[in-house]
Design a protein around this ligand. Structure first.
Ligand SMILES: C[S@@+](CC[C@H](N)C(=O)[O-])C[C@H]1O[C@@H](n2cnc3c(N)ncnc32)[C@H](O)[C@@H]1O
Length: 269
């Protein structure tokens, strides 16, 4: 049996406990929520507003803005996308007037707390993107699922690849993700399991993964005379260098074997 060691998976596994969980959501995952989960449930996003309270660099926001009548975005940290900073778990009603839906990809460690906060304030519903294993756990069952089961848990049939600090095309993740949705109009107790059919290619749009960064890599050699060159890497022009995570950490996964990273730069495409 071969082990899956893709960067998308390994990055997730090594995430420290106190991190913000900086793993942006590829926009197609948000479009999949709208087209394959919410609309089939009878939700008309064009008639609803929503709040993305862990908006990061706005990749999920971008997808939600295509259908929802308005989208409020905030995050505990400023990633350079221009959103207000706000801790969703402290004073969750901030900025909320009639924001019907709370939709986000919360930090995994705090997914349960985000769900409680969302359920308390959303007027129409809550949708959380989480690992499918979020369904498991004795205390989560007792405190959340047995008391307030989601209306729908929709599992991605295709694997969704999340990367630290950026979105990237393709990937080979070993982690299964699902949208956990609570609809206030739900009248049938107990959750309904659904599949999100293969839809990545159909829901990806030009510009979703713009290449905007380059890294300088140097061939490792004993005498230090190895050649160096710039290579393109997926990255977010606005955020690199603006926040607590070093670009060296973000781009580590792109450095080919036998090379070390010595510099990075932002480029426009
Ligand atoms: C998995 S990422 C979310 C990605 C984002 N939803 C997207 O779609 O690209 C988790 C985000 O939660 C934010 N976060 C962590 N704790 C938070 C808190 N207490 N309140 C608000 N945001 C928080 C992090 O800064 C990070 O951007």
């Amino acid at each position: 049996m071969t082990q899956n060691t893709s960067t998308a998976v390994m990055a997730r596994r090594t995430e420290p406990l106190d991190s913000f969980d900086d793993f942006p959501t590829p926009p197609w995952a948000g479009r999949a929520l709208v087209e394959h989960v919410l609309r089939p449930m009878g939700v008309v996003p064009e008639e609803c507003s929503c709040w993305e309270p862990a908006a990061n660099r706005g990749f999920l926001v971008k997808a939600l803005e295509e259908s929802f009548s308005s989208v409020l975005a905030s995050d505990i940290h400023d990633y350079g996308a221009g959103y207000p900073t706000h801790d969703f778990l402290k004073g969750a009603t901030w900025g909320l007037s009639d924001h019907c839906w709370i939709i986000t990809n919360p930090p995994f460690r705090l997914a349960e707390d985000f769900t409680y906060a969302g359920l308390e304030i959303a007027t129409k519903g809550v949708a959380m993107l989480a690992r499918t294993s979020f369904l498991e756990g004795k205390s989560r069952y007792k405190n959340l699922f047995a008391v307030n089961p989601p209306t729908v848990v929709a599992t991605f049939v295709e694997r969704l690849s999340l990367y630290k600090g950026r979105v990237a095309d393709g990937g080979n993740s070993a982690t299964s993700y699902s949208w956990f949705v609570w609809d206030s109009k739900d009248t049938e107790p107990g959750y309904k399991g659904r599949w999100i059919p293969p839809c990545r290619k159909e829901l990806e749009r030009e510009g979703d993964y713009d290449q905007t960064c380059q890294i300088l890599i140097r061939k490792k050699s004993k005498d230090g005379t190895g050649g160096q060159k710039w290579i393109n890497v997926p990255g977010d022009y606005t955020s690199v260098g603006l926040f607590q995570i070093s670009p060296f950490e973000i781009f580590e996964q792109d450095v080919p074997a036998g090379y070390t990273m010595v510099d990075y730069r932002k480029v426009r495409t």
